[in-house]
Ligand binder design. Sequence first.
Ligand code: COA
Length: 261
Amino acid sequence: MALFENLSLQKKGSILYIIINRPTKLNALTHRTIEEIREAMQQVYDDNNIKGVVITGAGEKAFVAGADISEFTELGEVSSRKFAEIGQEVFSMIENCPKPVIAAVNGFALGGGCELAMACHIRVAVANAQFGQPEVNLGLIPGYGGTQRLAQLVGKGKALELIMTADRISAEEARGLGLVNHVVAGPDELLRKSEEILTKIISKAPVAIEMVINCVNAVYNKEEDGYQTEANSFSICCKSEDFKEGVKAFLEKRPAHFQGR
Ligand code: COA
């Protein structure tokens, strides 16, 4: 496995942990960190032994406290557009990953950290985590997909309020808004709950899981007819060995053994 400066990768069975590892800077995302996330996600796409991913932050204080503000002084008009596009591209890799990705939010998820969590398929958070998009405090707006994904998750009115006020909200409030799926008491429960959800998903037919991710993402893709995507994906599932096995196992009253093809 490649050596990373700002990430630590840990394999636990078929689950890959991607840990953003700059705890002294509250795991703030530098340009390099974004590129390292790209590389780690490419491994997830390529490695058949990885069936699911947990993204979390090192330490107990922060998931990710945003993009690294110390790099902002270098941003000009052209480079800032590139900055946003690169982040959007890498976070889209997470969102469109054919394998389930869970954000285990262990503390501050601010700015790019909230955006990173939102790019994941499911979010589990510790009770003392805090979420927010504080970019307007810096004269900025979210640039890694936050304006789009926050509105998708919590609705237009609340997204506008959160982004325009820069308010920080608790994990419980985020759960009430639909931004977080589950809130747990502490770090041990965080990993346990994330693994429990992933293990359940991984036990299902991988082809079907990939199609579910495609179809639900299609809701938000203006160039795609989601119903067409669903019908196509349904027929892809019907051609799979997993489908034959799932039906056979049901009729034979035994657990299915899916191969992911
Ligand atoms: N970029 C760069 N460095 C950051 C950072 C960020 N987004 N967030 C935190 N850090 C650094 C701090 O500069 C500090 O570094 P130092 O010890 O070398 O001075 C270290 O992480 C610890 O942060 P600190 O501010 O001392 O912790 P705190 O508990 O007092 O406050 C926060 C925590 C999250 C409230 C505060 O760090 C903060 O507001 N961060 C910025 C959040 C933000 O605006 N994110 C969006 C960016 S677009």
